[in-house]
Design a protein around this ligand. Structure first.
Ligand code: GLU
Length: 298
């Protein structure tokens, strides 16, 4: 059996908020309760969406809360050469192709998939004459990608009918999340991915890429994402409040509760060290509700 390697991969678009704390905590406890390693990767590929100082702030909060990572933090912004070489591999086998379509052209002719529009395939056999192709896409075929999510159960998606040819490098020059995450999960030998269920529908694309690039497929577990009373994911946009750094026990207690772990009330009065001991000892993935979205009062 390969040793357990888990990870937390935040995007530095803002400070750590309750929703990302939940993902960090679940991936950490699952790794530690398997005597596994836990790594942190900063997904800072898209400088346009990055908030200055957020990467450092996230790491500082994790550290203050008592999370310990086992290797130096990996920064995606420093790994362009690896994404370029994966892209070259896919282009050489004829799987990746340049696309010249604008957003408007796609939305005018595409049908809705499970996670965005299904690209109609206009540039599959070459971009129309005179148009500059700036993005790169991967061809998908009529295969079903199926996997067993440790929380959400059996998931199966048809690549052609539900996803479509997806972007590997965007027209603005940024490498796409789907490509970078697959290259880095393989490079860091990640065996178990525990993250928010907002990424559940990305997983089939990632498995598709892993197969095409000859990478192993990790195990997946998607925890419910925290939503406000309106059912919107807690994020900077929905004004999720930042975590209070001064009260880590309270925040971790609430995150444990959200994850269905039933922490006893007394734990709120304890110190950080005891809270972590309780959490690692009692952690049980099976108790996490099989839901993609859950209302959180925080
Ligand atoms: N960076 C992504 C996010 O913050 C998570 C990526 C992942 O866990 O695969 O939403």
């Amino acid at each position: 059996m390969s040793p357990y390697v888990g990870r937390f991969a935040p995007s530095p678009t803002g400070p750590l908020h309750f929703g990302s704390l939940v993902a960090a905590l679940a991936s950490y406890l699952e790794a530690r309760s398997h005597q596994g390693k836990w790594l942190v990767r900063m997904e800072d590929l898209d400088s346009a969406r990055e908030m200055p100082g957020a990467a450092d702030s996230i790491l500082k909060t994790l550290d203050t809360f008592g999370f310990e990572w086992d290797e130096a933090v990996l920064y995606q912004s420093q790994r362009h050469e690896y994404y370029a070489s994966a892209l070259a591999q896919l282009a050489n086998t004829g799987l990746a192709y340049p696309c010249a379509c604008s957003r408007k052209e796609i939305s005018d002719s595409a049908t809705q998939g499970i996670d965005g529009l299904i690209y109609p395939g206009t540039c599959r056999h070459g971009a129309p004459c005179g148009k500059e192709a700036k993005a790169l896409r991967i061809k998908v075929d009529d295969t079903d990608i199926q996997f067993e999510d440790a929380i959400q159960g059996n998931i199966s998606q048809n690549m052609a009918k539900q996803i479509g040819d997806f972007v590997l490098k965007r027209a603005d020059g940024f490498y796409a999340y789907q490509l970078a995450v697959v290259v880095d999960d393989a490079a860091q030998h990640i065996t178990h991915i525990v993250r928010g269920a907002d990424l559940l529908d990305s997983t089939s694309r990632q498995i598709y890429l892993q197969k095409r690039l000859g990478f192993p497929t990790p195990n997946y577990a998607h925890v419910p994402i925290a939503a406000n009373a309106q059912g919107e994911k807690l994020s900077k946009q929905t004004l999720a409040h930042d975590i209070n750094e001064k009260t880590p026990v309270d925040a971790l207690f609430l995150a444990l509760k959200f994850l269905g772990q039933y922490p006893p009330h007394q734990l709120q009065q304890t110190n950080l060290k005891h809270l972590w001991e309780w959490a690692i000892f009692h952690w049980d993935l099976v108790k996490i509700p099989q839901q993609r979205l859950m209302i959180s009062s925080d």
